[in-house]
Write a protein that binds this ligand. Structure first.
Ligand code: NOJ
Length: 708
């Protein structure tokens, strides 16, 4: 349709019809057309009204969506098709590593491929939009949803966010094989106070703008046509009624011209937040703030029409929002092709060989080797005991694998049978050490302990106050370690757990995160040395929960440890643990050893519109090929406001053959050095900068330059 035709369509719609386009219901409204159950039963829905709403949540499957769409096309007075949206955040049927695991992959290009594969499966099943990427930066492992994001770093999160959008949307959201991305949760949901889901967010404006917003902005700039407003508050105003956030920051400053959809019930929750008086007030506030679609509440549905009849501003805003929804439908090509997918495409893509391979590769790349005292790789002739319930669990794919079949998930115990049928592996799927297990452990070459947390222990509304390894797994470890020191801790988790005891005693630690449907096959390939670990810590591992939130890029205080020269050592420290992470951002081991040359700079002076090149040569001194995430960090030595002690500004992940070396170069421009100065101007301040290039945020391989 042309813009003119869309406007003509809008002009022909009644006020009620326009408002209906601004509503999203979930599938519970469509089981039996006459029976509306669940949260909807107290909505004042008119007969057949659920068949006229603009968008539907959480339903998928080609046949099913085709039937639903036929219903919409028949009953909507202008035969306007609906949009099918759902959470497909790390795979549709074939599940890939959770986003935090992808973050550990330190390879946004691989993530783009995963999003592309996800889009093929999801669009085969009739979906138009996915509620992904989840761009919420998180520095607090207590937050159950940190698993849905790619970690603690603003720059890296931004690269992942844009990679996901590009992967989902491919060569156009109107095409079969692609889906549109919805950026969420705008904004700063990951900074929930004390890591408790849905709690308020208290951030200074600079931290919000510099650290939390870049990933959403990157996703918007990559072309995502939808943004979801978050549950939390910003500046004490719920995001879904926050005009400053949605109109000024998102639309004006970031230039977003697409559709804003609220999170589930978030508009009506502003009444519970106490900043809206009632649902009518919430509806008016959300619309004025810039929320186009009300997901799963009846605020717009039941409380807008009457208010709007006597209010020109609301009428104008309803028109604007409705036009945006119609434009999105047009961009999705729905007026020409309301139904996406087919039975043939579902058969072709679901769990196909190519996606299976990708799932195995992604798990190999994301698993992070935290410690290795020579135990890994294991010899294929060794006698191995595997212990722990997680060894036979299918709960290792992560939340939002809502359309996947659990019985397709290859457990750790099954994976070895499939990939290494000859291996001498005995499995004891118990979390308590009994006599049989201990006897087996005594006589084997190595014990692999599958520990951590099953994936139903993390996710939405699953925050925890203590991120230590659970007591049962600590006890299991101690018992096994008591009889065999060759103990490998294989961790499955959706967060960086506090594991100081494992760090001290385990012979090796491999964090598999949640590796997805076929990922365990890749984990065995790493363990047996058919692949070389190359994952990196995406979110710092604390020694203890009390250190949270934490990040490698913290600020230097007025009294840093060891540097304050006062009479008494009143430093910014803890009396019981270090300030630093147990395993910091960017950390991870390999079976190769990589040696870095000193950083060479093309010049020690950078001009405002110039660039300099920082290079290193990285040599693989080991005997196996390996990938190395080469990381560029920069520090602004003095600023008009305090500056982080270092920030990631560049990344490459080259494959370096054994005995060979590669040169890696990064361009540095003044643009990369900008921040909000004392007067809240986004500028780069002249002065001295330090730059480091190395294999983790701990690297001291540095050089210096001046910005003039
Ligand atoms: C609530 C979650 O916060 C959000 O991430 C999700 O997209 C919606 N529900 C829809 O399922």
């Amino acid at each position: 349709m042309t813009e003119l035709q869309l406007k003509e369509l809008l002009a022909d719609m009644s006020l009620g019809e326009k408002i209906e386009q601004l509503i999203q219901f979930h599938g519970g409204f469509y089981g039996d057309v006459k029976l509306i159950t669940g949260p909807g039963h107290d909505y004042t829905i008119k007969p057949d009204q659920q068949w006229r709403i603009g968008t539907v949540l959480g339903e998928a499957g080609y046949e099913h969506l085709k039937n639903l769409q036929d219903g919409f096309m028949e009953k909507q007075p202008h035969h306007i098709p609906t949009i099918f949206m759902s959470d497909v955040i790390h795979g549709y049927k074939t599940i890939f590593p959770v986003p935090l695991g992808q973050g550990a992959g330190f390879d946004p290009e691989l993530t783009r491929e995963l999003a592309e594969a996800t889009a093929k499966e999801a669009s085969a099943a009739g979906l138009h939009v996915t509620f992904s990427p989840m761009c919420d930066l998180s520095r607090d492992a207590r937050w159950g949803r940190c698993m849905e994001g790619t970690g603690e770093d603003p720059w890296l999160n931004a690269r992942f966010a844009e990679a996901m959008v590009l992967g989902y949307q491919g060569d156009g959201i109107e095409k079969q094989g692609n889906i549109a991305a919805c950026v969420k949760h705008f904004a700063a949901y990951g900074a929930a106070t004390a890591g408790r889901d849905y709690s308020g967010v208290e951030l200074c404006e600079r931290t919000l703008l510099e650290d939390y917003l870049p990933s959403y902005e990157a996703a918007v700039k990559a072309g995502a046509p939808l943004v979801m407003s978050a549950f939390n508050t910003i500046n004490r105003i719920p995001c879904s009624t926050n005009k400053w956030l949605l109109r000024k920051i998102l639309r004006e400053q970031m230039g977003f011209d697409g559709v804003v959809i609220s999170d589930y019930g978030a508009v009506q929750e502003t009444v519970v937040h106490t900043s809206s008086c009632d649902k009518a007030d919430a509806a008016a506030k959300a619309l004025k703030a810039g929320v186009d679609i009300d997901m799963m509440s009846d605020c717009y549905l039941s409380y807008l029409e009457e208010q709007a009849e006597a209010n020109e501003e609301l009428c104008r805003l309803i028109d604007e929002s409705c036009l945006r929804v119609l434009e999105l439908k047009n961009k999705l090509g729905l007026f020409e092709h309301p139904i996406r997918g087919s039975k043939e495409l579902e058969d072709k893509y679901f769990y196909c060989e190519e996606h299976k391979e990708l799932s195995v590769r992604a798990a190999r790349e994301s698993a992070t080797l935290l410690k290795n005292d020579g135990l890994l790789p294991l010899s294929k002739n060794s006698k191995i005991v595997v212990a722990g319930k997680l060894a036979t669990s299918t709960n290792i794919v992560g939340s939002w694998a809502i359309f996947a079949e659990a019985d397709k998930t290859v457990t750790f115990a099954d994976a070895v049978k499939r990939r290494y049928p000859e291996a001498d592996v005995e499995v004891y799927p118990c979390d308590e050490a009994d006599e049989a297990l201990l006897a087996a452990c005594k006589t084997c070459d190595a014990v692999i302990l599958c520990i951590g947390e099953e994936d139903d222990k993390t996710g939405e509304s699953k925050s925890i106050s203590d991120v230590s390894l659970c007591k049962a797994h600590q006890t299991l470890f101690d018992a096994v370690y008591g009889v065999n020191k060759n103990t490998l801790s294989l961790i499955y988790a959706g967060r960086p757990l506090a594991i100081p005891m494992l760090a001290e005693k385990s012979k090796a630690i491999l964090d598999a995160w949640y590796p997805g449907t076929f990922g365990n096959i890749g984990i065995w390939e790493l363990l047996f040395g058919d692949a070389n670990p190359c994952g990196r810590v995406p979110m710092s591992f604390p020694y203890t929960t009390g250190q949270l939130p934490m990040s490698y890029s913290a600020f230097i205080t007025g009294r840093p440890i060891g540097e304050w020269k006062g009479f008494v050592p009143f430093a910014s420290n803890y009396m019981d643990v270090p300030n630093t992470a147990l395993y910091p951002f960017g950390w991870g081991l390999s079976y190769s050893e990589f040696a870095y040359s000193p950083v060479s700079l093309s010049s020690d002076t950078l001009t405002a519109d110039g660039k300099i090149t920082a290079s290193v040569t990285v040599a693989n001194k080991g005997s196996v090929d390996g990938k190395e995430p080469v990381q560029l960090y920069i520090r602004d030595v003095k600023g008009s406001v305090i500056r982080p002690c270092r920030e990631l500004k560049g990344l490459r992940k080259p494959m370096i053959r054994a005995g060979e070396s590669v040169t890696v170069s990064f361009e540095i421009t003044a643009d990369m050095l900008r921040f909000y100065n004392e007067d809240m101007e986004f500028v780069a301040e002249p002065g001295e900068f330090q730059v480091w290039i190395g294999g983790s945020s701990l690297t001291e391989n540095g050089a210096a330059f001046r910005l003039v």
